[in-house]
Design a protein around this ligand. Structure first.
Ligand SMILES: NC(=O)C1=CN([C@@H]2O[C@H](COP(=O)(O)OP(=O)(O)OC[C@H]3O[C@@H](n4cnc5c(N)ncnc54)[C@H](O)[C@@H]3O)[C@@H](O)[C@H]2O)C=CC1
Ligand SMILES: O=C(O)CCC(=O)C(=O)O
Length: 449
């Protein structure tokens, strides 16, 4: 049976490589998951017989469209928009929209695929999807962002709905962009605040959605660390990124007694041995929309350097990558291990490449993978959908305590899966298995769909 499973997985990988030879990020995400699911397939031959994985790796729908917009100087531009509706076995497609020049079909498919199992882990009824555009928001005026978002939504609105597909934010899409996207949807279709999450509090947003991914990361990390009989208190932490996820991870980690000594952006990073000051980062990033370099102009103990924060050689305990995919390679993971890192928990999606993950595992670094560690954002998005359906707003504490329960439960589900399949502290495999089993059961029950 184990040989049949090996052959099945090998065959699937070959099919994907042939079908999508130019999608390296998608292949990376899928191949990693396929490898960790082998024990489940050995135990459940019915999933192989029904070719559940063959369906799982193929999006139900991948939409690509033109996004024309005009810049303030009157020039005409055309970007490419995407929405990949990957899997609706357990609920409406759910996942963010990314605005970044690197966005292409491979990246949107990898993110959409990851979202299927992540959303399943939340325990809430949401399927997987993702979207975005290769539009670069950096340096654009508010009016340019508004015109782009209006044009993007003019096409996207045909494909989404409160029970069909509910997008949200991701890199380059925060409260401002969600506002413009929602405004355009409403002009075209009337008010239906269930079509997007991450909305402003005045028009159907949920308290704690802004904080959810970063806070959730720390709730998960806390459970992971406690599971090893250890504590977050007094630990020295490197965070990468300085966007939504990084900022609220910094806030909660500091509140919980850890010392965060770095934040970064795509140009460089700041290192402050005294601990990064949250308010200064928020002022630069959330208010002024500036570069992280400015932090060192405001805080005298901080030093700014160009390049990757993962090349900074200092002793520390915990790595929290919160910027982007493949930001940590094998060499950088080896440096982290040499520097004393015991825990890695991923705020970004797929920030560690496969060499980095292998290095963590070979050196007994406790590794919390993205789909478990950063599921708090989408979990609170699903709670926003519930509040919209109920026409109610829950208190911050209510949402936050549900978030904490969800993140602790994700750790527990991954740990239980490890125990069931005899996988010693492999929280990556545990998360993949726990997320997959629910989706696989739903797909099997629904027949050839
Ligand atoms: N916002 C959310 O609720 C969720 C976000 N994520 C993931 O978290 C990560 C960060 O997203 P957000 O904080 O929402 O985005 P954001 O747009 O608020 O911030 C992104 C941050 O990453 C940095 N960055 C982008 N590209 C980089 C590069 N090539 N090298 C170094 N730094 C780079 C940016 O400078 C910025 O500081 C992404 O991987 C995203 O997919 C995951 C789950 C939910
Ligand atoms: O809140 C959401 O629906 C999207 C979150 C997201 O894009 C992610 O989990 O990567």
């Amino acid at each position: 049976m184990a040989e049949d499973v090996e052959a099945y997985i090998k065959n699937l990988k070959e099919t994907i490589s042939q079908r999508d030879p130019n999608q390296p990020e998608f292949q990376e995400a899928v191949f990693t998951v396929l490898d960790t699911l082998k024990p489940v397939l050995v135990k459940h031959p019915e999933y192989v017989k029904a070719n559940i994985l063959g369906s799982l790796v193929e999006p139900e729908r991948a939409i690509q469209f033109r996004v024309p917009w005009q810049s303030d100087d009157g020039a005409y531009h055309v970007n490419r928009g995407f929405r990949v509706q990957f899997n609706s076995a357990i609920g409406p497609y759910k996942g963010g929209l990314r605005l970044h020049p690197s966005v292409n079909l491979s990246i949107v498919k990898f993110l959409g695929f990851e979202q299927i199992l992540k959303n399943s882990l939340t325990g809430l009824p949401i399927g997987g999807g993702k979207g975005g555009s290769d539009f670069n928001p950096k340096g654009k005026s508010d009016s340019e962002i508004m015109r782009f978002c209006q044009s993007f939504m003019t096409e996207l609105q045909r494909h989404i709905g409160p029970d069909l597909d509910v997008p949200a934010g991701d890199i380059g899409v925060g409260g401002r962009e969600i506002g413009y996207l929602y405004g355009q949807y409403k002009r075209l279709n009337g008010s239906q605040n269930g079509i997007l999450t991450g909305k402003g509090l005045e028009y159907g947003g949920s308290l704690a959605r802004t904080e959810a991914t970063g806070f959730g990361l720390i709730y998960y990390l806390d459970a992971l660390i406690k599971g090893q009989g250890d504590s977050l208190k007094g630990k020295k932490v490197k965070i990468s990124g300085s966007g939504n996820v990084a900022i609220y991870a910094l806030k909660k980690a500091t509140e919980n007694g850890a010392k965060v000594v770095t934040v970064s952006d795509s140009n460089g990073y700041v290192y402050d041995e005294n601990g990064i000051d949250l308010k200064t980062v928020q002022q630069i990033k959330e208010v002024e929309r500036g570069r992280i370099k400015e932090y060192a102009d405001k805080i005298s103990t901080a030093k700014y350097s160009e390049g990757s924060v993962w090349d900074l050689d200092i002793d520390y305990d915990i790595a929290l990558p919160c910027a982007t995919q493949n930001e940590i390679d094998g060499k950088q993971a080896a440096l982290a291990i040499k520097d004393g890192v015991k825990y890695v928990a991923e705020g970004a999606n797929m920030p560690s490449d496969s060499d980095a993950i292998a290095a963590y595992k070979d050196n007994n670094v406790i590794y919390g993978p993205a789909k478990a560690a950063n599921a708090g954002g989408v979990a609170v998005s699903a709670l926003e959908m519930s509040q919209n359906s109920e026409r109610l707003s829950w208190s911050f504490d209510d949402v936050d305590s549900r978030l904490k329960d969800i993140m602790e439960n994700i750790y527990k589900m991954s740990d239980d899966a490890d125990k069931e399949y005899g996988l010693e502290k492999d929280y990556q495999a545990g998360a993949n298995i726990a997320g997959f089993e629910k989706v696989a059961k739903a797909m099997l029950a629904q027949g050839l769909v």
